[in-house]
Design a protein around this ligand. Structure first.
Ligand code: FAD
Length: 220
């Protein structure tokens, strides 16, 4: 069992939970299964933190009517849960890390594995496309070089930064030719399955990117 060490709210529906890492080793991009003792409820969460941190953290969006996210929202520091894993192959190999530009494409909390990957490998050659509803849904923007980031914000008109775009993530992806070296890149797409399918379609079918260069992880 792992005790909740701290909890940080980004807004009322988006928060981070942290545990002592102890024996929870993982490859950046992998996820864990969080399970509530005696309730036979478990859900997957990608590691949000670097492999070099002493803590392991998860980024959670509270889903209206959702079972696990509302339990996690109610959890207090000192409460315990089970953490199993790591699982998954949403990871990069050594050659990709050292030689390729990594294009991160995420909707919502699909950002989580990308923060872990970027921080763990101290990546410099990357771009981030993030789709969110409001600017306040962007967690830890300071972890990314802002000139590398493109935020597609669907429900806000007051776009205060020049990398904030009104509209859907997929509209922004249509312009990917403007990214230097976009042909010598690896594309990691994470988030909801509709966005993944649309983004994959744009990259592979419209932009003719080799499907072997595109890796995906669906959250729901
Ligand atoms: C490999 C993997 C990694 C994941 N990593 C994360 C992560 O890092 N952070 C995270 O918040 N979630 C992550 N998820 C999703 C997570 O496992 C849960 O599905 C999610 O938190 C909802 O759980 P719940 O019990 O509250 O909702 P449930 O009671 O299971 O479901 C309620 C409904 O909400 C929908 N739903 C699920 N997630 C969302 C969402 N984010 N926004 C809107 N609707 C949603 C479901 O499709 C379902 O219809 C991951 C899923 C997978 C498969």
């Amino acid at each position: 069992m792992y005790q909740l060490k701290r909890k940080e709210y980004i807004n009322e529906n988006l928060f981070k939970i942290f545990f002592d890492k102890s024996d929870l080793n993982f490859i950046p991009g992998q996820h864990f299964s969080l399970s509530i003792p005696d309730k036979s409820i478990n859900r997957e969460y990608s590691s949000y933190t670097s492999v070099n941190d002493k803590e392991i953290g998860f980024l959670v969006k509270r889903v209206e009517g959702g079972i696990m996210t509302n339990i996690l929202n109610e959890m207090s520091v000192g409460d315990s849960l089970n953490i199993y894993g790591p699982y998954g192959s949403f990871i990069l190999n050594e050659e990709q890390i050292s030689e390729k530009q990594i294009i991160f494409i995420a909707s919502g909390t699909g950002l989580a594995p990308f923060v872990s990957i970027k921080e763990s490998y101290n990546l410099k050659k990357y771009k981030l496309f993030l789709g969110i509803r409001y600017a306040s849904d962007i967690p830890d923007a300071d972890k990314f070089e802002q000139s590398n980031c493109f935020y597609s914000i669907s429900r806000e008109s007051n776009l205060i930064q020049n990398n904030y775009y009104k509209g859907r993530l997929t509209e922004q992806l249509q312009k990917i030719e403007y990214i230097n070296d976009y042909e010598n890149s690896i594309y990691m797409i994470c988030g909801n399955s509709y966005m993944i399918s649309d983004a994959y379609d744009i990259l592979v079918n419209e932009k003719n990117i080799d499907p072997n260069l595109v890796i995906t992880e669906s959250f729901f």
